[in-house]
Write a protein of this length. Structure first.
Length: 107
């Protein structure tokens, strides 16, 4: 999972969006699939690898859970929210450039 170029993968983008409210792994998987209209189907290994990376980057945090529960819930941090906002601006620029050039082409 390389974020060196500043662009997020679609999976990471939807994981972060899903964590605007606290969710456990299965809830993240379901929400990402729903938000992406079925395009993003996260396998457990992919999801938990991404979660570990996002935790290391400080973009998400694990919430304290019930003592007898194995389910961990996660939520986005302020740093993660800023990352989402930067990605949204990048995507808007891509879309706006494409619209402008395609509009010029059709004139």
């Amino acid at each position: 999972m390389n974020f060196a170029n500043g662009a997020l993968t679609e999976a990471v983008y939807y994981i972060l969006l899903s964590l605007l409210e606290a969710r456990h792994g299965y809830g993240i998987m379901q929400n990402a699939e729903e938000l992406s209209h079925g395009r993003v189907k996260l396998a457990a290994g992919t999801l938990y690898g991404a979660i570990n990376t996002l935790l290391e980057k400080g973009w998400i945090t694990a919430l304290p859970g019930a003592k007898n529960s194995r389910k961990k819930e996660y939520i986005i941090t302020d740093a993660g929210r800023q990352t989402l906002l930067r990605e949204l601006a990048r995507l808007e620029e891509l879309v706006n450039n494409g619209k402008a050039l395609l509009k010029e082409e059709s004139l």
